[in-house]
Design a protein around this ligand. Structure first.
Ligand SMILES: NC(=O)c1ccc[n+]([C@@H]2O[C@H](COP(=O)([O-])OP(=O)(O)OC[C@H]3O[C@@H](n4cnc5c(N)ncnc54)[C@H](OP(=O)(O)O)[C@@H]3O)[C@@H](O)[C@H]2O)c1
Length: 276
């Protein structure tokens, strides 16, 4: 599995460029960004100079996401083309619909479904034109997925969702596996708020001590052993190496079950179940 770095909340140009550059030097090959992160241009400056890292464009996998303000047929196309231009690349490897709803609409408004369908159709066109290599979604529940699978021509490659021991989305994972959709975890460490909770969770602290790893490494490995991709975010260079070094240990089945049992259906980010 390709090592991946997330860039949410990294809005400072120099911090962003340093983290992305250092992640490539460390061996990360997947960069996750989004129009709403407001850092696509900075990442583009690194991508334009991949040769400095001894890399070619095809060595790196770039994900971006459609801003939830820009949903709908026509608008999505225009905005994704803007993202591609900012990223200074002829194509993006994966574009996700960031959120099933549209900013400004009530979560219960039926127009949400119409708009996300229009966005997906635009992504299918861009995919057919070779400007985006694969299409995906984010924060889609099984209900949103069912609706999408009923109309899509291209099955989404990925559903990127909040996933950590307090939100172990077991049913969604099983459902997605059955449909051939890869689950990509975000907020594997809980995000800013969740990390404050998870980093001192005594069950996780004890497992970490047992394996002589950090709680962050246990959280990432737990995700990987559940066959989900992880895209940990850090704005601190010193965290890149430990978040990358996850291959020299294996959490036992028993310890995996212990961590699984922490599930509390706790969202630290917005809960997409509220979106019609
Ligand atoms: N699709 C979506 O709706 C969505 C939503 C949220 C996030 N995402 C994506 O998923 C990525 C990750 O999720 P996230 O941003 O919520 O954060 P996360 O990966 O759960 O990380 C949470 C916090 O942990 C800290 N951290 C990272 N590595 C650490 C380590 N080794 N030791 C101690 N602390 C560490 C980071 O703070 P420092 O910066 O101080 O290191 C970070 O703020 C994002 O960057 C973004 O690309 C997607």
């Amino acid at each position: 599995m390709m090592s991946s770095v997330g860039t949410y909340l990294i809005k400072d140009k120099e911090v962003c460029k340093t983290i992305v550059a250092q992640s490539l030097r460390t061996g990360y090959r997947l960069i996750d960004t989004a129009a709403v992160y407001q850092n696509e241009e900075y990442i583009g400056e690194v991508i334009e100079n991949l040769r400095e890292f001894g890399l070619k464009r095809e060595d790196v996998f770039i994900i971006t996401k459609l801003n939830p303000s820009d949903q709908g047929r026509g608008t999505a196309r225009t905005k994704v083309l803007e993202s591609i231009a900012k990223l200074r690349t002829p194509y993006v490897d994966l574009v996700l619909i960031h959120w099933p709803g549209t900013v400004g609409l009530d979560h219960k408004d039926p127009k949400n479904a119409e708009l996300r369908k229009g966005s997906y159709e635009d992504l299918e066109d861009l995919h057919a034109e070779g400007l985006i290599k694969s299409i995906g979604v984010s924060n889609y529940t099984a209900k949103h997925m069912e609706e999408l699978l009923n109309h899509c021509k291209v099955v989404p490659a990925v559903n990127q969702v909040e996933f950590h021991p307090l939100l172990y989305q077991k049913e969604l994972c099983e459902y997605s596996e059955g449909k051939g959709v890869v689950i990509q975890a975000y907020s594997s460490l809980g995000g800013v708020e969740g990390w404050k909770v998870l980093s001192i969770n005594q069950t996780l602290v004890k497992v970490a001590q047992k394996y002589q790893k950090s709680v962050a490494q246990i959280l990432l490995k737990w995700g990987l052993q559940h066959n989900v991709c992880v895209i940990p975010k850090t704005s601190r260079v010193e965290n890149l190496r430990p978040n990358f070094d996850l291959l020299d240990f294996e959490i036992s089945t028993e310890d995996m079950s212990t961590i699984d049992s922490l599930n509390a259906n706790k969202h630290f980010n917005s809960d997409p179940n509220t979106v019609l």
